[in-house]
Design a protein around this ligand. Structure first.
Ligand code: ATP
Length: 371
């Protein structure tokens, strides 16, 4: 019999919160995780991702809310009795035990017969492609291999839920990509239900079925990668989804159609409001992706009359295109991608079609106002 995932029908977090003294690290997280789903908790450092994961794992008691597994409370169940697997950034392997003994440890603790322990251990080690390293100590392995051991140690217990806290952060860029594919492969082949913490938007988008974007302990948006990528609900989510240009502006006037004219320094742009339409004079955030800004060739009329002028200050080579930073007259930095390299010091006019220039209220969830 091969390694399988433990199972449940639904895992429900209801108003899960955790405070430290007077500081609310996590405020009222509501989330239903479906069987076999891969959920990424995404957000900047200190937003409460690890707190949420540790509450799920039972390493931190909740100060608010409850967690239900198939309708039964689990937040009151001790960590080791929840049947969840954990994979940490630091691997957390026993340094004096071989790979095989690290993987077998949890099975021994459960008092399983020796033959079963050996069989399941060998299967889990094979699953993460470490059979030839089974007798080695963790210190004799690369970072990527050690993380594979940590994953084998979690899945060998056939957990109903696997919790991963930034498991790839200690790996170099190339290994991180390989392990990302490996984690996705294991998730799919074993049908694991996974909750995965990361601050890396690319990692979250490529791995997860749904993302939960957090900021200062509050959920900003929950959705599939394409929902969040195409329809961020506020500027913080847009920022995390690769809208590199988040610019403060003021609504000058509502235009006849769907558009808004927004003042940005010395210029005004026609933009598309997201959510509630802001009033004239309101402070807003304008979000535009580097790919949606284009360099206007001399003599061409900018699209929608949208023109941003500035001086090239950085040019980076990125394979088929260049990442260019343009500084506008008021000091604002604009990030743009272009197929042709300008020179530092060149003056450029940039444009973007109105439907690609999103306008959000300046205030975020949980904030009264933002400047
Ligand atoms: P990172 O990516 O840096 O690990 P995170 O999003 O995982 O950040 P958390 O570790 O969940 O963030 O921390 C959320 C907030 O709670 C932070 O402001 C942090 O300082 C605070 N916090 C976390 N653990 C404790 C603790 N044991 N005691 C006091 N404050 C804590």
């Amino acid at each position: 019999m091969a390694i399988t995932a433990g199972t449940f029908d639904s895992l429900e977090l209801r108003g899960v919160g955790r405070s430290f003294g007077g500081h609310q690290a996590l405020a009222g997280l509501d989330l239903t995780v479906r069987k076999g789903e891969f959920i990424a908790l995404l957000g900047p450092s200190g937003c409460g991702k690890s707190t949420a994961l540790n509450c799920l794992a039972g390493l931190l008691p909740l100060t608010h809310g409850e967690i239900l597994l198939d309708g039964r409370r689990v937040d009151t169940v001790p960590s080791e009795k929840r049947g969840f697997g954990m994979v940490f950034q630091s691997y957390a392997l026993f340094p004096h035990l071989s790979v095989a003994k690290n993987v077998a440890f949890g099975l021994h603790m459960r008092g399983l017969p020796k033959a079963e322990v050996s069989r399941r251990t060998a299967e889990a080690i094979e699953l993460v492609k470490l059979t030839e390293h089974a007798a080695k100590l963790p210190g004799q392995l690369s970072g990527g291999q050690q993380q594979r051991v940590a994953i084998a140690r979690a899945v060998v217990l056939e957990p109903s839920l696997v919790l991963m806290d930034e498991p790839l952060s200690n790996l170099d860029a190339k290994l991180r990509l390989d392990m990302r594919t490996e984690i996705r492969r294991l998730h799919q082949s074993l049908g694991l239900t996974t909750v995965y913490v990361t601050h890396d938007q690319e990692e979250a988008l490529s791995l997860a079925d749904r993302l939960v974007v957090l900021r200062e302990g509050r959920v900003q948006q929950v959705g599939t990668p394409d929902e969040l990528y195409d329809h961020p609900s506020n500027w913080h989510v847009a920022d995390f989804m690769g809208y590199r240009n988040i610019l403060p502006g003021t609504v000058v006037a509502t235009t006849g159609g769907d558009g808004l004219r927004v003042g940005l320094g010395a210029t005004t742009l026609t933009c598309r409001p997201v959510g509630d339409r802001p009033a004239d004079g309101e402070t807003v955030r304008v979000a535009v992706r580097p790919d949606d800004l284009a360099v206007v060739a001399g003599g061409e009329a900018p699209r929608d009359g949208n023109a941003l002028e500035g001086t090239v200050v950085v040019v980076e080579y990125h394979g088929r295109e260049f990442a260019v930073v343009v500084q506008a007259g008021d000091g604002t930095l604009l990030h743009v991608r272009t197929p042709e390299a300008p020179r530092v010091g060149d003056t450029l006019t940039l444009t973007a079609p109105a439907e690609r220039v999103l306008v959000f209220p300046a205030a975020l969830a949980g904030e009264a106002t933002a400047g």
